[in-house]
Ligand binder design. Structure first.
Ligand SMILES: C[S@@+](CC[C@H](N)C(=O)[O-])C[C@H]1O[C@@H](n2cnc3c(N)ncnc32)[C@H](O)[C@@H]1O
Length: 155
């Protein structure tokens, strides 16, 4: 787990969050040597406990043109830094497919604030719950580092 964020640009809150990140699923590990270029950044390697790793399955899927087979009934789908690459048609297809992967009442969490995502989401039954811009870092002398989150819920 490597973050591109520098230690000197973030709040104490983030330092505490990053220190504890991964504790619920494993322990910090020195197994992965990290490049020297990352000195001064938040970096960490976590060795995931075997019983947790055994519960995780991965699969490749193109969210624009594929649905999972057998169909998934997820409680939540998290999509970060992906929708930004999609135009309107791709977004509509991806949202319809994600809606099909969620249980009724399940949540889609993403970080794309484009109004189209809300508009198209409503068409497929993903209603907006919350959306915010968040300041990740003050940025020091540089521009503040901003991100966003959006929560939509399957009807
Ligand atoms: C900038 S990376 C973001 C990775 C990670 N989610 C994050 O926030 O760090 C963009 C990711 O979108 C995935 N992606 C792009 N088009 C996709 C599609 N049609 N279906 C599924 N994944 C796609 C790419 O494979 C890549 O992993």
């Amino acid at each position: 787990m490597v973050s591109g964020l520098r230690r000197d640009s973030l709040s104490e809150d983030f330092a505490v969050y990053f220190r504890d990140l991964g504790k619920a699923i494993g322990g910090e590990s020195r197994l992965v040597p990290l490049p020297r270029t990352l000195e001064g950044h938040f970096t960490k390697a976590v060795q995931v406990r075997p019983e947790i790793a055994a519960k995780v399955r991965a699969t490749l899927s193109n969210v624009i043109v594929e649905r999972l087979d057998p169909p998934a009934q997820f409680d939540a789908v998290i999509v970060t830094n992906v929708f930004v690459y999609f135009g309107r048609a791709e977004l509509a297809l991806a949202l319809a497919n994600i809606q099909g992967m969620l249980k009724p009442g399940g949540y889609l969490l993403h970080n794309e604030l484009r109004p189209e995502v809300e508009e198209l989401g409503r068409y497929v039954g993903l209603v907006p719950v919350q959306a915010r811009t968040i300041q990740v870092s003050a940025g020091g002398a540089r521009t503040p580092l901003l991100d966003a989150f959006v929560i939509q819920q399957r009807r």
